[in-house]
Design a protein around this ligand. Structure first.
Ligand code: PXL
Length: 276
């Protein structure tokens, strides 16, 4: 069985980071190993959350895996909170060169950094992206990493292509910008493969809602589909289709919670989708 290692926090309640990566990767028939970077009572959009930093434990955990000779088909990182954690992931990428290295540089959305993140951290995250094979920033994260103004909704396809080339110049083979809308009512992701000098765009209907954790759901399904043997284009389509299904099912339930999507009810859809 293939094994993905994902490095991110545990938000005990929040439907994000490890509480979505574990069930999604597992549902795709892949073992999901975890390196939990911190434990929070909730994600940081709640008020008054508790936070336990696990950075001091991480090197020892990795050393044990190295001693055991364990390997991974992909190392996929999400929310990381400090320079030390970036350095530890950088070490992991050096240790595990055989699989995909996927970085979702989780730190911002809608033009703003999440609580606790700084522009200096974004520049450091950009360096980690340079060591990845594939990166998955949204527009805001890309703007912070490149040190350019957030364009809001004022961009066109030429702007997105230019941004993707600049992201690829950081070092990853493939850069994928999420949350890209090139026509009214549609939302999708555009990828640039720097080896083939090839762009790829996939979009779906733009549902009238924004939920927390959907980026983590997208990245988990993307990495799962990639490791299952799909190319990055098919992985992107699977991830977008599953994310749309999650949001649609959530909007269909008037009693849904406001802090995340009902990705659980869309797992049967995901299992069927990856058989196609
Ligand atoms: O969904 C990304 C994410 C992951 N982990 C924590 C977060 C967030 C987004 O805010 O707060 C702790």
């Amino acid at each position: 069985m293939k094994r993905i290692l994902t490095v991110q926090d545990i938000s005990c309640i929040g439907k994000c980071s490890l509480t979505v990566a574990l069930p999604i990767v597992s549902a795709m028939g892949i073992e999901c190993a975890i390196l939990p970077t911190a434990v929070l009572s909730t994600h940081t959009m709640f008020r008054g959350y508790t936070f336990r930093d696990l950075t001091d434990d991480l090197d020892g955990i990795i050393d044990h895996w190295v001693a055991e000779g364990l390997d991974f088909s992909a190392v996929y990182t999400g929310y990381l909170g400090s320079q030390r954690q970036l350095d530890i992931v950088s070490r992991l990428f050096d240790l595990y060169r055989g699989g995909y290295r996927v970085v979702d540089p989780v730190m911002a959305d809608n033009g703003k950094l999440y609580p606790g993140f700084t522009e200096a951290f974004a520049r450091e995250m950009a360096k980690l992206c340079g060591k990845a094979d594939i990166i998955l920033p949204n527009m805001t994260e890309a703007a912070f990493m490149l040190g350019v103004p957030y364009p809001g909704e004022n961009y066109d396809e030429a702007y997105v292509r230019d941004m993707l080339k600049k992201l690829a110049a950081l070092g990853p083979r493939i850069a994928i910008l999420t949350g890209v809308s090139l026509e009214a009512g549609k939302l999708g992701a555009m990828a640039y493969d720097s080896e083939k000098d090839e762009y790829f765009y996939y979009c779906r209907e733009h549902l009238p809602a924004a939920f927390h954790g959907t980026g983590d759901i997208f990245a988990s399904a993307f990495t799962g589909a990639l490791v299952r043997g799909g190319d990055y284009q098919e992985a992107l389509r699977v991830a977008a289709d599953y994310t749309v299904e999650c949001i649609a099912l959530t909007l269909g339930n008037p009693d849904h919670v406001n802090y995340g999507v009902e990705f659980e009810r869309a797992i049967p859809y995901l299992c069927e989708r990856i058989q196609k």
